[in-house]
Design a protein around this ligand. Structure first.
Ligand code: RAM
Length: 402
C-alpha cells in the first residue's frame, strides 16, 4: 500500500480500503493527493450528498414505473429519503470555530477577527475560542467543548502538535472538518494548513536580519514563545539548520533560546536574564509579537548595545522602531488577513471547491487565488506569503493597520 497509509491509527480497515480506492481514482485522474484524510472527508460529507440525490431520483423513478398500485408506498418512501437529504446542512448553515493560541494577545485577536468576519459575511455562525494560556491542555479542553456543541469545522493555531492528536482524531471521527492556521498540527489531523509564510523563507529572513544587525558575527539569542509551539520550533529548527549549512553564518554564535510563553512579564524577565548573562550579546531575535515587544522594552531600559529584531506587531512596536535601536527593523504579516484566508480556505473545503490536493487552486475573496502544495511533513498547505519588513519609514502606516 502507498506510504500515505501511515495514518496514526486514524482509520479502520474498511476505511483504509475506501481511501485506497479514492487514492487510485484520483491518481488515475492525474491528481496528487497530499493527505488521504481529505479524500475520506470529501467523499463522506460531500459526494455522498450527490449520491443520495441520485438514489432518491432512481428510487422515485423506479416506483413511478411500477405503477399506481404501489402509489402510496412510493410516496412514503420518497418522503423518507427526502427528509434524510434535507438534514444534510448547507455550508452556510454550519457552525465554524477558531481556536487561537491564547487570549490577551493582539496578534491572535486580529487573526480571529479576520476569520470571524469572513464566516459571518458568508452567513454562517462563528465561534471564537481563546485559550487562557499557551498550553495544549487549554486547547484540548476547548476543542472537547466544541465537539460537544456539535460544530462543523474547527480551525486551530496549535500550541503543541502531538498533544492535540487524540482530541483532533475524535473531532474528525465526529465528522468535524479540521484546518490549521499560524501553527500546525500533525498532518493526519488537519485537512489543510494555512501558513502565513513559507517556513524556510521566514527562517532565512530572520537569520539574515540577525546577520545584518550584528555585522555578521558575535553572540545572539532567541526569545521564543512556548517551547512546544509548532510554528516557533519549526522556525528555530530551520534557523539552526541554515547556520550549519551555510558558511556565511559561521561567525554567528547562538548562545541561548529562551521561552516567554507569550506572556509579557515572563518574556521581559527572560530578556533581562539573557542580557545579564551575555554582556556582549549583539542581537535578540524574538519570532513572537509578545516577545519582540518585551525584549525591545527591556533593551530600551538597559545600558546595552544589544539590538532587537524578530516578528513584531507595528501598533505595539511604534515606540521602539528606530535606526539606532532598540529595534532597527522587524518583520510581520497582516494577521487579520491570514485569519481571513483561513476562513476562505475552510469554506472552500466545505463547499467542495477544494479537496486539499496538491496543485488545486481556489479564490479567497479579495485576497486572490491560492494553490495547495505539499509541505515538509507531507500535509496539505497554502501559503499566505505576505511578509512585511517594518522600519522607521513605514511604521506610521502599519501601526494603524495592526
Ligand atoms: C505571536 C504568536 C504567533 C506568532 C506571532 C508572530 O503572537 O506566538 O504564533 O506567529 O507572534
Amino acid at each position: 500500500m502507498p506510504a500515505f497509509f501511515s495514518d496514526g491509527g486514524m482509520l479502520k480497515e474498511s476505511e483504509k480500503i475506501e481511501a485506497f480506492v479514492y487514492f487510485w481514482l484520483f491518481k488515475l485522474a492525474g491528481s496528487k493527493i497530499c493527505r488521504y484524510n481529505n479524500l475520506v472527508f470529501y467523499f463522506r460529507r460531500h459526494l455522498m450528498k450527490k449520491v443520495v440525490c441520485i438514489l432518491v431520483f432512481l428510487i422515485a423513478f423506479s416506483f413511478l414505473l411500477t405503477g399506481c398500485s404501489k402509489k402510496q408506498e412510493t410516496k412514503s418512501e420518497s418522503i423518507e429519503t427526502e427528509t434524510s437529504v434535507a438534514t444534510v446542512k448547507k455550508p452556510e448553515e454550519m457552525v465554524y470555530a477558531i481556536v487561537t493560541k491564547s487570549e490577551g494577545n493582539r496578534y491572535n485577536e486580529l487573526e480571529a477577527e479576520g476569520y470571524q468576519k469572513v464566516i459571518e459575511e458568508f452567513g454562517a455562525t462563528c465561534i471564537v475560542a481563546h485559550p487562557k494560556s499557551t498550553t495544549a491542555m487549554e486547547q484540548v479542553r476547548l476543542i472537547e467543548k466544541l465537539i460537544e456543541e456539535d460544530v462543523d469545522a474547527i480551525t486551530v493555531a496549535a500550541n503543541d502538535a502531538d498533544a492535540l492528536d487524540d482530541v483532533l482524531k475524535k473531532a474528525q471521527e465526529e465528522g468535524i472538518l479540521i484546518t490549521t492556521v499560524d501553527s500546525n498540527v500533525n498532518p493526519d489531523y488537519t485537512s489543510l494548513f494555512i501558513n502565513q509564510v513559507d517556513t524556510k523563507t521566514l527562517a532565512q529572513t530572520l537569520l539574515d536580519a540577525v546577520y545584518d544587525i550584528s555585522g555578521g558575527s558575535g553572540q545572539w539569542a532567541i526569545l521564543s514563545a512556548s517551547s512546544m509551539a509548532p510554528n516557533q520550533t519549526a522556525w528555530i529548527k530551520q534557523m539552526k539548520d541554515l547556520m550549519k549549512e551555510d558558511e556565511k553564518y559561521k561567525k554567528l554564535d547562538l548562545v541561548e533560546i529562551a521561552y516567554g510563553d507569550d506572556l509579557d512579564q515572563l518574556s521581559k524577565n527572560q530578556a533581562t536574564a539573557i542580557l545579564q548573562t551575555y554582556q556582549d550579546l549583539k542581537v535578540i531575535c524574538a519570532p513572537t509579537t509578545v516577545g519582540c515587544r518585551a525584549a525591545a522594552e527591556v533593551v530600551a531600559d538597559t545600558e546595552t548595545k544589544c539590538l532587537v529584531t524578530g516578528l513584531g506587531l507595528p501598533s505595539e512596536m511604534d515606540d521602539y522602531i528606530a535606526d539606532e535601536g532598540p529595534c532597527p527593523y522587524m518583520y510581520i504579516w497582516d494577521s487579520e488577513q491570514v485569519g481571513e484566508l483561513a476562513a476562505y480556505a475552510t469554506l472552500a473545503l466545505m463547499k467542495d471547491e477544494l479537496v486539499g490536493m496538491e496543485g488545486h487552486s481556489f479564490t479567497a475573496g479579495d485576497l486572490g487565488k491560492f494553490t495547495v502544495q505539499e509541505n515538509e511533513d507531507g500535509g496539505a498547505e497554502i501559503v499566505a506569503g505576505m511578509l512585511l519588513r517594518i522600519n522607521k519609514n513605514n511604521i506610521d502606516h502599519w501601526k494603524n493597520v495592526m
